[in-house]
Each structure stands twice: as structure tokens, then as C-alpha cells.
Design a protein around this ligand. Structure first.
Ligand code: HEM
Length: 499
């Protein structure tokens, strides 16, 4: 009798909840699949069961339901490139990150993982000065070091005929650059025989749980609250990650305690040393906080730029006409390959700039939607009112694949960025996002793409005939960062000097 009563009460609760979500919820006026309006199962099916596929379902849903759609009971998604700047700007008041998005990589105390607006402003303002255009320009000589070391290895490989994996060798360069900047380290990874493959693969496996974190943030909250030794037993796959975090904590503490004074000899600012000596409040300077910021800078600052460089490099190498035009421009701008050009010179090259823009557009390393909540602002998109504090997201890939803005969007065509017409497209390149929480490392990332592409393609070419674009280049799974097919071996190429 009691069980029957409990079951009836449970059923009554579930039916009431479904009716509320469908007819009385503040988002009930927003169109979308009925199943998605009443339950999270719709999204979980594509993301968790089919493995990072919900993002690829979005274009169908927008075609069917319009530019503003409800994708789960509490969240909407917008596909309107002209509305982007009304969402991601500096004037919408407080910009909060929904908890699942903020903690996609765990409940860390980095700027990237901060949920609330005010705390984010504090953390972000301490990082901004390191990544201004001027600071990045000052870093350029440091950045050339690992790039030139890569050129040496490519020169060698062009003589031996060795098969190389582009997935790893650009990542080694970007990791060396961000390590130099954060810790005043000399480049080392670019000289490791396999270019530090294991750490790139570790980050990939770490990313694979990101969707689980987005949908169930409490799981990682719980596991990270356990001591490391328990986590090592519960989830052996996290061991490498835990080790990496501990190593970072040791490095930051060595700088704090004066045991590591490499920053004294460095020709540039050293981010962690300066953060430790900044005016951040004492709580913000505690061990785990600085470790988390370092972890975020190193991981956000290496994989994403390398992703763009390797995809762009593939498209250049796969297209003889583009390859030739780029070479002709580079040979004039860099007459002597032993003396690196300055970044400002490279940024003025029209064809290289068009290649970089197209590389950023088509690579799209961040595959997932970027989500926000604006407690102080009601928005309106194409006549649809979006109540304040709604969890809303937009996906850069959808803008970059918009056929009206970018005809034949899957084709790598730098020419679309040239001239006055091309300039007009700049505002639709949203790969770094905009507004208060846009990519802090944007200037550094752009500089890396310019410098690596220019230096490599001034001298070398790649045989990419073993690469399958759909498998090894195009993003087919969304784990916040885009991922290629599960059976992709990476990007296997041979190198030759360009003639
Ligand atoms: C092409 C390469 C890159 C792309 C496409 C990219 C993209 C992005 C995007 C879209 C965001 C916003 C995330 C959000 O709003 O939730 C972001 C944030 C961030 N990026 Fe990048 N990024 C790149 C390179 C870098 C580099 C080189 C660094 C090095 C420092 C970096 C550090 C960060 C950090 C720390 C944040 C968090 C900023 C904050 O929340 O205040 N990124 N990035």
C-alpha cells in the first residue's frame, strides 16, 4: 500500500515537472524538439551515447525550428551570425559561465574555469597584461627559438625520408613557447624524438571526459575532492594528469620560494613569477590557485594553436596553387632564412594573412558552443525574447560554416579574405570568441600561427598523400575541443625542401 502511494506520488511529480517544462517554464515559448524541452535525455543521447555528436545535430535543429531553439529544459542555442556581438560583448552586465561549462575540465580555480563574473574580472585582469599585443611582440625572439629548432628537425627529416606526425611536432613547439613564457624554461620538447607524444595523448583522453563533466559537474567535483591516492586507484587513467598537476605545483612553488630563479636570466617577463608578485588578493595567490592558472595557461595555450597550425599546414600542402602563391610571397619577405623576420612584417603580408584567417576559420579547434548567462540583461533575437539569466550558447563552427557568408564553406580558400570584401568577413571570424571572457591568449595564438606557417613554408613542403581529410583533419567529434575520427593515426607526412 505504502509502495503504491510512493509510486503514485513519484508519477505525479514527474508528470507535473514535464507539464511545467512544456507550458509554464520561462523558456516555454522558445521552439525546439519536444523531447529536448522536457528532458535532458535528448542531448545526452547525442553527446554521451553517440560520443560528442550533439553539436553536429544543431544545424538540422536550426533548419527545422529557426535561429533560436531550446536544446534542453534549461538551455537555448542561437544560430545567427549577426547576433553574435549582442551576446558576446562588454556591455551586457555580468557575464556568468554556467557551472557545467565553467567546470568542463574540472572545478579548477583558473580564470577559464571561473563561474562568476566578479571573481572572473579579478583573475582575468591579472592575466591581461601578459597577452597584450605589445607583450607578445616582446616575446617574439623567444618564440623563434623552438620554431628554428623544428626547422632543423624538418631539414634532417627531409634528408632521411622519415615519416613524421604533424599532430605532434607543432604541439611540441607551442608547448615549448608557453612553457618559456610561464616558467622561463628553455625549449626541450621540440627536441624529444617523438615530440612529447604522450602528453598530447594524455590531454586527448582528458578531453574525452569533458562532456560528462558538462552534463554532470558534480562527478568531477566529488572525485577531485578525494585525495590523489584514492583517485589513482579509482581512475588509473587520471594518474598522468594528477602527476602533471603536481609537477606544476612544484614548479610554481619553487619560484615562490626562490629555489627557481630562472626568471632572473630571462629576456622576457615570466608569467608565473609576475603573477606571484602581483597585487592579487592573498587568497588568489595560494598554492592551488596559482597551480590551476598555470595548468589552464599551459593546456589552453598549447593544444589549440597547434591544432590550427597543423590543419592549416595540411590544407596548404594539399593545394599546389595555394602553396605556390604563399611561397612567392614568403620568399620576397624573408630573403635570408637564417635571419627571422619580425612579426609586424609577417602580419602585413596579404596572402599569408588570408591563409591564417582561413586556417582559423576552417580548423575551429573549439567545437563546442560557448555558453553564458546574463543576469542583468534580457535579449531579443529575431523577435524572440530571451529572459535574463537564461543559459544560452552560440557555436563558432556554425558561423564559420555559414554558406551565405562563406560560400563552399568546407573548401580552404584564402582568397575569400582578400580585398575589401574579405575585410568585411573579419567580424564573422569568432574563433577566439568576444567580450569579457574571450580568449586571453588570442594575440599569442595568432603570432604562433603566423610565425610557424611562415617559417615552415618558406623552406619546406609536405607529402600529404597518406592523409585522409575526413578521418585525420576534419572535426567529427566534439569534446569541447574538436576531435578527428577515432581511428585517425594523426597526420602522417614526409617532408621535402620546397623547390
Ligand atoms: C588558435 C588558438 C586558440 C583558440 C582558437 C582559442 C580559443 C579560445 C576561446 C574560444 C576561449 C573562450 C572560452 C570561453 O569563453 O569559455 C578561450 C579562452 C582562453 N584561452 Fe584561448 N584559444 C587559443 C589559444 C590560446 C593561447 C595560445 C592561450 C595562451 C595563454 C590561451 C589561453 C586561454 C585562456 C587562459 C582562456 C580563458 C580566458 C578567460 O576565461 O578569461 N588560448 N580561448
Amino acid at each position: 500500500m505504502e509502495i503504491a502511494l510512493l509510486l503514485s506520488l513519484g508519477l505525479f511529480f514527474v508528470i507535473s515537472l514535464l507539464i511545467y517544462r512544456l507550458y509554464f517554464h520561462p523558456l516555454s515559448h522558445i521552439p525546439g524538439p519536444p523531447l529536448a524541452k522536457i528532458t535532458y535525455l535528448y542531448e545526452w543521447y547525442y553527446d554521451l551515447y553517440k560520443g560528442g555528436q550533439f553539436t553536429f545535430k544543431l544545424p538540422d535543429l536550426h533548419r527545422k525550428y529557426g535561429p533560436v531553439i531550446r536544446i534542453n529544459p534549461n538551455e537555448i542555442h542561437i544560430d545567427d551570425p549577426y547576433f553574435f556581438d549582442q551576446v558576446f560583448n562588454q556591455t551586457n552586465g555580468r557575464a556568468e559561465k554556467p557551472i557545467g561549462t565553467a567546470e568542463a575540465f574540472g572545478p579548477y580555480s583558473s580564470s577559464l574555469a571561473t563561474q562568476h563574473h566578479d571573481l572572473h574580472r579579478v583573475r582575468r585582469s591579472a592575466l591581461n597584461p601578459f597577452f597584450s599585443k605589445k607583450s607578445v611582440n616582446d616575446l617574439v625572439p623567444v618564440m623563434w627559438k623552438p620554431i628554428y629548432m623544428l626547422l632543423d628537425r624538418l631539414r634532417n627529416a627531409s634528408q632521411t625520408g622519415e615519416v613524421m606526425n604533424m599532430k605532434y611536432f607543432y604541439a611540441a613547439v607551442t608547448l615549448d613557447i608557453i612553457n618559456s613564457y610561464c616558467f622561463a624554461r628553455e625549449p626541450v620538447v621540440v627536441n624529444v624524438p617523438d615530440f612529447g607524444r604522450e602528453s598530447v595523448d594524455n590531454i586527448d583522453s582528458f578531453l574525452r571526459v569533458s562532456l560528462l563533466n558538462i552534463h554532470f559537474p558534480w562527478v568531477l567535483r566529488f572525485t577531485t575532492s578525494l585525495p590523489d591516492r584514492v583517485n589513482r586507484i579509482l581512475s588509473p587513467k587520471t594518474v598522468n594528469l594528477l602527476n602533471a598537476r603536481r609537477a606544476l605545483a612544484n614548479q610554481t612553488e619553487a619560484i615562490r620560494n626562490g629555489k627557481d630563479t630562472s626568471y632572473e636570466k630571462a629576456s622576457h617577463k615570466t608569467v608565473i613569477h609576475e603573477l606571484l608578485n602581483s597585487k592579487l588578493p592573498p587568497r588568489e595567490l595560494e598554492r592551488d590557485r596559482i597551480r590551476d592558472e598555470a595548468f589552464s595557461l599551459i593546456s589552453a595555450g598549447s593544444g589549440t594553436s597547434a591544432f590550427v597550425v597543423r590543419n592549416t599546414a595540411y590544407h596548404i600542402a594539399a593545394n599546389k596553387e595555394i602553396r605556390k602563391k604563399l611561397y612567392e610571397e614568403l620568399v620576397e619577405a624573408i630573403p635570408d632564412t637564417t635571419s627571422p623576420p619580425d612579426l609586424i612584417t609577417l602580419e602585413k603580408l596579404p596572402y599569408l594573412t588570408a591563409v591564417v584567417q582561413e586556417g582559423l576559420r576552417l580548423s575551429d579547434p573549439i567545437a563546442h558552443r560557448i555558453s553564458r548567462q546574463f543576469p542583468d540583461k534580457t535579449l531579443e533575437c529575431q523577435g524572440i525574447v530571451i529572459p535574463a539569466n537564461t543559459n544560452l550558447g552560440m557555436t563558432a563552427v556554425l558561423t564559420h560554416q555559414n554558406e551565405e557568408l562563406f560560400p563552399e564553406p568546407k573548401t580552404f580558400r584564402p582568397e575569400r579574405w582578400l580585398g575589401a570584401e574579405g575585410k568585411r568577413l573579419d567580424k564573422f571570424l569568432v574563433v577566439f570568441n568576444r567580450g569579457t571572457r574571450s580568449c586571453v591568449g588570442m594575440n599569442l595564438a595568432r603570432a604562433e600561427v603566423y610565425m610557424i606557417i611562415a617559417a615552415v613554408f618558406r623552406e619546406f613542403d609536405f607529402d600529404v598523400s597518406a592523409v585522409k581529410r575526413e578521418r585525420d583533419i576534419d572535426v567529427s567529434r566534439d569534446y569541447i575541443l574538436g576531435m578527428q575520427a577515432l581511428d585517425s593515426p594523426g597526420i602522417l607526412v614526409t617532408v621535402k625542401e620546397y623547390s
